[in-house]
Design a protein around this ligand. Sequence first.
Ligand code: HEM
Length: 183
Amino acid sequence: MQTSRYGYFRRLVHAAIALFGLGLLGVGMLFYFFGFQGLQAKLGAETTSILYMYHKSFGLVVLVLALFVFFMRKRGGVPPYDPPLAMLLRLPSKLIHWLMILALIVMPILGLIGTIAGGHPVSFFDWSLPQLVSENKALSEQFFHYHMLVGWVLLGLVAIHLAAAYLHGAIAHDKVNSRMGLF
Ligand code: HEM
């Protein structure tokens, strides 16, 4: 069964993407439902700006990880299924994986451009990038609108992905989940 697992580093990257991705979607929903001012009123200004700083920082981390996965897939594909995956599942599972990877790349880029255009600091933990272009609020709003739309799409894809993982693990009892398991 060893041959049909992803390499250890790829499995580590998947665990990081899963953890940070779920966290970012959760925090993103807080931003969506409460807004900046609403969150400030609920959590205080300091906690709110810390949340935004971590959202931006981990968004950039996920961008780098998703780009890595993209190039690894392009270069080496995925390990063979042993036993082979049912014909009917092959195409949809491939499609969902590629769509998730693309969404995980596009979403941080949209957020990054929206942040820059809005004149907000681009934070990466303790560092802040200088403001390189002039502020354009309308452009920023447009980018955040698409950032949010891709977020909903990603949430739907992740829900399908988690349902599939549950079906493989709890119903089919095949070894598909162990391909990506850490242990
Ligand atoms: C308990 C939770 C999860 C389990 C058990 C799980 C399981 C898996 C498995 C088994 C694969 C490989 C599928 C195959 O090659 O047939 C995979 C791939 C993938 N998963 Fe998950 N996953 C989980 C959570 C997540 C989450 C939350 C995300 C995104 C936020 C995610 C994103 C991805 C991506 C992008 C791939 C393709 C990775 C690559 O090609 O290296 N997964 N997952």
